[in-house]
Design a binder for this molecule. Sequence first.
Ligand code: PGA
Length: 252
Amino acid sequence: MRPLIAGNWKMNGLGAEGLALASAVRKGLGEGGQGVEVLLCPPFTLIERVARAVAGSPIAVGGQDCHPKASGAHTGDVSAPMLKDAGATWVILGHSERRADHGETDALVRAKVEAALAAGLTPIVCVGETLAERDAGRAEAVVEAQLAGSLPEGFAAAKGVVAYEPVWAIGTGRTPSDADIGAMHAAIRALLATRFGEAGKAVRILYGGSVKAANAKPILAVPEVGGALVGGASLQAEEFLAIIAAARVAVA
Ligand code: PGA
């Protein structure tokens, strides 16, 4: 399976710097992804411009959220068909910052995933435990419940992606040990295989949380890690390109 390296720009980037970043990633990547799938998820306001800037390159563009409905009286929200219309082919859903800042529940995330699939977008569904949950020995149980509640039927067949992002590792510079990442990814794989059968065995499982050039290689070499969801380090082209290069080594 080709690894996926996805950049989550979060609420960062005005026009000039966002386009400079997208262009630098495009230039650094060259003609082909060389075995790695690359995705940029800028804020809504830049999706159309970034999509234009990377058109014809191997780089895909995604949103960071969508509403469960296709249209309607929902001031300030953006729907999955709108993302698609702007040039996105992917969408990140259920990120822990959305779950925390906007009270998103598993049921809401699931409805959003269904909307994304209906619009023809590939969803990346984020799950992960807090530090208190890990310390209490509940990390796997929390992730299991999030997966059960957030993934609709048909998720695996539609090639949806799961991202394991321990909340305490996001933006903190801390990462779990490779053994802990491996244990959680193996647990997620087993759950996906039980629920979705053969298709569940092929779901890509990303790791996210303080991935940077310096730690990408060992993390991407952990069994069942199918790529990375990168926040802070995706805002610097050199860093992000180095993570992509590490993914190439991991598949070579
Ligand atoms: P980080 O964010 O790489 O800055 O830790 C990852 C994410 O939130 O997707």
